[in-house]
Design a protein around this ligand. Structure first.
Ligand SMILES: Cc1cc2nc3c(=O)[nH]c(=O)nc-3n(C[C@H](O)[C@H](O)[C@H](O)COP(=O)(O)OP(=O)(O)OC[C@H]3O[C@@H](n4cnc5c(N)ncnc54)[C@H](O)[C@@H]3O)c2cc1C
Length: 401
């Protein structure tokens, strides 16, 4: 695969750099740099979302007919790399990268006309209601019940680990509409509004001290049946497609590269314990080189997925491979960050990372972010389907074992 830039791509890169220099304000960069998660805070990611929407660049992976950019794989790579280098806030993937493509594939014309422009404009903020207590890896066992009553469903049950559920005004969820037959056959994919009476959102505070995930309770919540995507009881088909996008579409290589660059910068000021700077320590340099090679390999694999997407294909089971390799690579980069900051791992000061915060951390700010990033990323090999389960999928569907 030729990864060098031709003249047209280089011109595009310059256009991207000019745009980012003009529109990515110092405040956005500062708060983007403090984000320890793939989910930036809502106000932060929506501010950036709206700037990109105005420019027409908010949905690089969408087909042009729905408001996508029509960029080539290389242009999308250039875009994500230049954004990551400058700590641009991450956009929420729930609408643009997850439910949006499912509505395109399975939605009625009316649903496409209503939801897709709102996702593009950042008018709706989505959360994902898949997991339940006891139904994570074994998702098909989910119990949250939706009973048809006239034009509505009445929902009772609970969803857990709902990322940004406390911010979202809409949820895409999986509900049980039939208990006969195989568990997969009685699931329906349903869109609903979070301010529906009978829906309650309770916080779960993560290891890094952040309020990112929640448990959502449904108590006779009545929602319109017009929110069904695809057919009633055939939600598993929609759910599986969405998971392919969730696992394969996130562009981990540019992010890993950007974090590794930060680790290198930290190592120029951190001591090696032997009178020199850490960046000159041969053992440390060897670890950096090993990670740089892995990032290149991850990048090539991500190109393959992007190439499939841009020719109208779905990511397929290969997305499981990207997910495993990418999340484990990110965790290794985070571990090297922890090694670099040494004793500054100890202070626990999550307030520093809030957008607009005026709290000074005890040590260097980069150490605070490195620790939070490390803690937050422990979850990346669990969410989107744990890596053990992804390995089972690869064994079956990719290797045919
Ligand atoms: C930070 C975070 C954010 C999340 N956000 C969301 C969200 O927004 N929406 C949502 O719906 N869900 C979300 N999740 C839930 C996530 O998808 C589940 O945690 C995940 O699918 C694992 O399910 P579980 O937690 O029930 O673990 P379990 O399924 O109970 O698994 C426990 C352990 O057993 C292993 N295991 C289970 N089955 C097998 C098997 N067949 N073979 C080998 N090993 C196995 C797993 O790998 C894991 O190590 C989030 C999770 C986290 C941690």
């Amino acid at each position: 695969m030729d990864m060098s830039l031709n003249a047209a791509d280089e011109a595009f890169r310059q256009e991207v750099i000019e745009f980012l220099d003009a529109e990515l304000t110092p405040e956005l960069r500062r708060d983007g740099a403090k984000s320890a998660s793939v989910f930036s805070e809502k106000e932060l990611n929506l501010t950036w979302h709206k700037i990109l929407y105005k420019k027409g660049w908010v949905a690089p992976s969408w087909p042009v007919e729905y408001g996508g950019t029509g960029w080539s794989v290389m242009q999308r790579y250039i875009w994500s790399s230049e954004c990551a280098k400058r700590n641009a806030p991450n956009l929420s993937p729930m609408g643009l990268a997850m439910v949006g493509p499912c509505i395109m594939h399975f939605g009625t014309q009316e649903q496409k006309d209503f939801y897709l422009p709102r996702i593009l404009a950042g008018e709706d903020y989505w959360c994902q209601g898949y997991s339940e207590p006891g139904s994570g890896s074994d998702l098909a066992s989910l119990q949250c019940r939706a009973v048809r009553d006239g034009d509505d469903y009445v929902i009772n049950g609970t969803k857990i680990w709902t990322t940004h559920g406390h911010y979202a005004n809409r949820m895409f969820c999986l509900v049980r509409t039939n208990t006969d037959g195989k568990p997969q056959q009685g699931i329906t994919f349903l869109l609903l509004e979070m301010d529906t009476p009978g829906i309650k959102v309770e916080p779960i505070i993560t290891l890094a001290g952040d309020h990112e995930v929640n448990q959502v309770f449904f108590d006779d919540a009545r929602v319109p049946a017009t929110g069904v995507i695809g057919q009633e009881n055939d939600g598993w088909t929609v759910a599986k497609l969405l998971l392919e996008f969730e696992r394969g579409g996130s562009g981990m290589a540019p992010r890993a590269r950007a974090i590794l660059e930060e680790v290198k910068t930290m190592a120029t000021t951190e001591a090696d314990g032997d009178g020199g700077a850490l960046i000159d320590n041969p053992d440390f340099l060897q670890k950096i080189s090993a990670l740089e090679m892995q990032i290149e390999a991850q990048q090539v694999s991500e190109f393959r997925i992007m190439s499939a997407l841009s020719s109208g294909q779905n990511p397929g089971a290969v997305s499981s491979m990207i997910k495993c390799a990418g999340t484990e690579l990110m965790q290794q980069v985070n571990e090297l960050g922890i090694e670099a900051v040494q004793y500054y791992v100890a202070p626990f000061e999550p307030g520093y990372r809030q957008p607009g915060s005026n709290i000074d951390p005890s040590g260097p700010g980069y150490a605070n972010v490195a620790v939070a990033e490390y803690l937050n990323n422990r979850a990346s090999s669990i969410y989107g389907g744990s890596n053990e389960v992804q390995r089972n999928i690869m064994a079956k569907l990719v290797l045919g074992l």
